[in-house]
Design a protein around this ligand. Structure first.
Ligand SMILES: NC(=O)c1ccc[n+]([C@@H]2O[C@H](COP(=O)([O-])OP(=O)(O)OC[C@H]3O[C@@H](n4cnc5c(N)ncnc54)[C@H](OP(=O)(O)O)[C@@H]3O)[C@@H](O)[C@H]2O)c1
Length: 364
């Protein structure tokens, strides 16, 4: 009986072994195929994602964080007081119009009062309910004069105080080599772009701190992020602003003060007195429209971004990414471009062309 049981259990074990062997043989190739299919699927998905990202990057007009934010947030602007410097033309004029369309109360500043009144009339004709005040000022004036301007701005709209300070005004000289710049050019650039802007901030911030809220939006430049041959002074002034406002943010962010630094590349402004004037532009330079630049700036501000880049990758946006994340390679690339870009600017050629990098000749 015991021998019989042993034999039966042995035969059972044998049958089960045969079964499992059969199962292994039957399913073996399929289970081996499955990981290969999964790998293939993962590779295809990866390639599709990479192609999508390359396409998005090739057609982007801003950095990825900025473009992922969506639309400007009206709830952050409606009824708020927005003070815009450099509002008499260019980006500042369009910013003013777009802020008005979102329900903001506006204070428009620049030196030219007539132009500011023109901008005000335009805004009111398009948005009859808007509240707009004109406050002429010269950013290169002394501290006492700027203090008076700040007090005037704070007293407007029943002393509501400034919610957004849009530091947009700037002085830009025609492109030329760093050593061709003059003492007069150095002072003119830094008095407006750096000293005036910082002094205005230092005078206004205490009012914001008293209220426990306020937002500085600084119109810097791609030139404030990367070496900019042919615009050394302008670039230095924008780097200075980036340094100051990033430091200010870290000191005051826990006290209700926000800072957004916007770094546009070439923008298609209609008429400008600075180096970006249309007469000095090359027709093949691909520029972001001034309306889109203003819209992206308001998106960056109302979504509370700390920094935003606005440009096509032509190659400005691409260079910004390389210099930011791979500075050694970025500076090596800029060294290849430097002298050729100064030369191209002098000959009114395209100062933003890939040819500067890959072309053999000095001129574009
Ligand atoms: N356009 C571009 O391609 C580009 C690219 C990157 C960054 N950005 C930056 O974007 C901002 C606007 O550029 P934009 O092209 O629109 O400039 P823009 O057309 O040259 O206008 C400059 C504005 O600043 C005002 N301004 C100049 N000097 C002033 C002073 N001493 N005191 C007060 N206001 C003064 C001007 O008005 P008054 O002459 O009446 O004073 C004008 O309203 C600037 O900060 C610029 O650096 C522009």
């Amino acid at each position: 009986f015991s021998a019989q049981r042993l034999t039966r259990s042995q035969s059972l074990a044998l049958t089960s072994h045969q079964n499992s062997e059969r199962t292994r043989r039957h399913h073996g190739p399929r289970t081996a195929r499955q990981p290969r299919m999964l790998l293939l699927f993962a590779l295809l998905a990866g390639a599709a994602a990479a192609a999508f990202l390359v396409f998005k990057f090739a057609t982007a007009d801003g950095d990825f964080t900025l473009l992922s934010c969506g639309r400007p947030r009206r709830d952050k602007v409606d009824g708020k007081v927005v003070w815009i410097t450099g509002a008499s033309r260019g980006i500042g004029e369009v910013l003013s119009m777009q802020f008005a369309s979102l329900g903001a109360k506006l204070i428009l500043s620049a030196r030219n009062k007539e132009e500011l009144e023109r901008v005000k009339r335009n805004i009111i004709s398009k948005h009859p309910d808007s509240k707009v005040e004109v406050l002429p000022m010269d950013l290169s004036s002394d501290e006492e004069s700027l203090k008076e301007v700040v007090h005037s701005a704070e007293s407007l709209f029943s002393s509501a105080g400034i919610d957004y300070m849009m530091h947009n005004a700037a002085f830009e000289r025609p492109k030329r080599g760093a050593l061709e710049e003059t003492e007069e050019g150095l002072k003119a650039t830094f008095h407006v772009n750096v000293f005036g802007t910082i002094t205005l901030t230092r005078l206004l911030a205490p009012f914001m701190l008293d209220r426990g809220m306020g937002h500085f939006v600084v119109m810097s430049s791609a030139a404030g992020k990367v070496p900019t041959p042919g615009q050394a002074l302008y670039s230095a002034s924008k780097h200075a602003l980036n340094g100051y406002f990033a430091s200010l943010r870290s000191e005051l962010c826990t006290k209700g003060i926000k800072v957004t630094v916007v770094c546009p590349g070439p923008i298609e402004t209609p008429v400008s007195s600075g180096a970006t004037s249309s007469s000095q532009r090359h027709s093949s330079e691909k520029r972001v429209s001034v309306e889109r630049c203003a819209e992206l700036t308001i998106i960056a501000a109302t979504h509370g971004l700390k920094e935003a880049w606005i440009s096509y990758q032509q190659p400005v946006l691409a260079v910004m990414y390389v210099v930011q994340y791979m500075p050694t390679i970025g500076c090596w690339l800029m060294d290849k471009v430097g002298a050729k870009r100064v030369d191209a600017a002098a000959k009114k050629g395209n100062a933003y062309s890939w040819n500067l990098l890959f072309g053999g000749k000095k001129s574009a």
